[in-house]
Ligand binder design. Structure first.
Ligand SMILES: [Zn+2]
Ligand SMILES: [Zn+2]
Length: 210
């Protein structure tokens, strides 16, 4: 079964998640935006072995620590979708603009596309491409655990910003309705910022998408 621990990182309190298979204790880090020492010490405390970095999208608060963590632990970088190449290229400028520690660009070991799967230990997660906040945004869904790691697509009571370059509001709404809702009302999602919620709760009460 898939387990996870969410570790808020960076000045933006971004929900970095350590996800692991409780049979093999192999783990992936979703969105290591920064505070890498803290992520590594949580992994040690949990007794899991970090095997991969998975990225939802390439904004600095989600991807800023990727190059450094991949170098430290020799980890493959999985994702995001190639639509975010320009955000990866722009990481050095993003870090300056938002006062983050210097962030180097990187080349994903594997890009992701809609319908792909990613594996950690004996757990498999489905990848859905959810553009709108960024063009290359993906989410990771575990049907077994009824959990979805959705980055900045959807929040409890809100949705992702679409006022960045290549943001698209209509596309974001369509991603949420066509690709998140079918995961089921009882699926718990872990957003990039703020508390968890369920898709059913947001379908009923979120003013942006109900
Ligand atoms: Zn973002
Ligand atoms: Zn974010």
């Amino acid at each position: 079964m898939l387990k996870y621990l969410t570790v808020p990182v960076t000045a933006f309190a971004q929900n970095c998640s350590i996800v692991w298979c409780d049979e093999t204790l192999d783990a992936a880090v979703i969105d290591p935006g920064g505070d890498l020492d803290r992520i590594e010490s949580e992994a040690r405390r949990l007794g899991v072995t970090l095997k991969a970095i998975w990225l939802t999208h390439a904004h600095i608060d989600h991807a800023g620590g990727t190059a450094e963590l991949a170098r430290r632990l020799a980890l493959p970088v999985i994702g995001p979708h190639p639509g975010d190449q320009f955000w990866i290229d722009g990481l050095p400028q993003q870090s300056q603009m938002f006062g983050f520690p210097p962030a180097g660009p990187f080349t994903p070991t594997r890009w992701l596309a809609d319908g792909d799967t990613v594996q950690i230990g004996n757990s498999t997660l489905n990848v859905r491409h959810c553009p709108g906040h960024t063009p290359g945004h993906v989410v990771f869904h575990s049907p077994e655990a009824k959990r979805a790691f959705v980055g900045d697509v959807l929040f409890a009571g809100s949705i992702g910003r679409t006022d960045f370059p290549q943001g698209n509001h209509a596309q974001l709404i369509s991603s949420i309705q066509q690709r998140l809702w079918p995961m089921g009302d009882d699926t718990v999602f872990i957003p990039g910022h703020g508390p968890e919620s369920t898709f059913g709760e947001e379908r009923r009460h979120n003013p942006y998408v109900r």
